[in-house]
Design a protein around this ligand. Structure first.
Ligand code: 6PG
Ligand code: NI
Length: 187
C-alpha cells in the first residue's frame, strides 16, 4: 500500500478520487423527524429534497478510511435537517469529525444516556469517543460540510436510535437553534 493525497473540496464535499457515495432524501428519513405529516407534505411539494450526501475514500488493506458528509439546509416544522444517527457496531471504535464549512450541531449520546453537544463550525475538529451515538444537524442556512475519519471495522448500528430516538432534538425557536428534550423519546 502506498501513501496518497486525496483532494477534498470543503465547500461542496467533493472527494477526488472518491470510491463510493450515497444520498439520503427526506422520504427515507421519515421516522427520525417529529412531524411526519409535515414531512410528507414537503416530500410532495418540494419533490423529495436531498438531506445529505456521503462520499467516502477507501484504500484496500488500510485500517482507516475517510470521507465527507454534505448536509443541505432545511427544516421540518422547525426541526433542522439531520442524519439518521448511530452507534458504531464496534463499541471500542470512535471517530473524528472535522467541519469544513457551514454551521451545525453534533449531538452525542452515551450508552448510559448522557448527552453532549459539540458545535460544528469551520475549523472545529470533534472527537467522538467509542460507544457514543452521534448525529449531525445542519442549523445554518448553507451547506454543512465535514470530513470524517474512522476505522474500517467500526460499522453502523442504527437500530437503537431508530427505535427510541435520541433524548434531545434541535429546533429553530425564534431564529435560534435550540436544544430541547425529545417529547417522543421512549426507552
Ligand atoms: C460513519 C460516520 C459518517 C455518517 C454520515 C451519515 O460512521 O460512517 O459517522 O460517515 O455515517 O455522516 O450519518 P448516518 O450514518 O447517521 O446517517
Ligand atoms: Ni459514525
Amino acid at each position: 500500500m502506498l501513501p496518497e493525497g486525496v483532494l477534498i473540496n470543503g465547500l461542496t464535499g467533493e472527494v477526488s478520487p472518491g470510491t463510493g457515495k450515497y444520498t439520503k432524501r427526506l422520504s427515507e428519513l421519515r421516522e427520525i423527524f417529529q412531524d411526519q405529516t409535515e414531512l410528507d407534505r414537503l416530500v410532495e411539494v418540494e419533490g423529495d429534497p436531498v438531506v445529505y450526501e456521503v462520499i467516502e475514500y477507501r484504500k484496500e488493506g488500510s485500517d482507516l478510511f475517510f470521507g465527507t458528509t454534505t448536509m443541505e439546509p432545511g427544516k421540518v416544522s422547525g426541526e433542522f435537517f439531520m442524519t439518521r444517527g448511530h452507534f458504531h457496531q464496534r463499541r471500542d471504535m470512535g471517530e473524528v469529525y472535522y467541519t469544513q464549512s457551514g454551521h451545525g450541531v453534533l449531538l452525542l449520546e452515551s450508552r448510559k444516556g448522557e448527552t453532549k453537544v459539540v458545535r460544528m463550525d469551520p475549523g472545529v475538529c470533534a472527537f467522538i469517543p467509542p460507544d457514543w451515538a452521534h448525529r449531525s444537524i445542519n442549523v445554518g442556512s448553507e451547506k454543512l460540510v465535514f470530513v470524517w475519519v474512522c476505522n474500517v471495522d467500526a460499522g453502523h448500528d442504527y437500530g437503537d436510535i431508530l427505535k427510541h430516538g435520541m433524548r434531545k432534538i434541535v429546533v429553530d425557536r425564534d431564529g435560534k437553534d435550540t436544544i430541547m428534550n425529545n417529547p417522543h423519546y421512549s426507552l
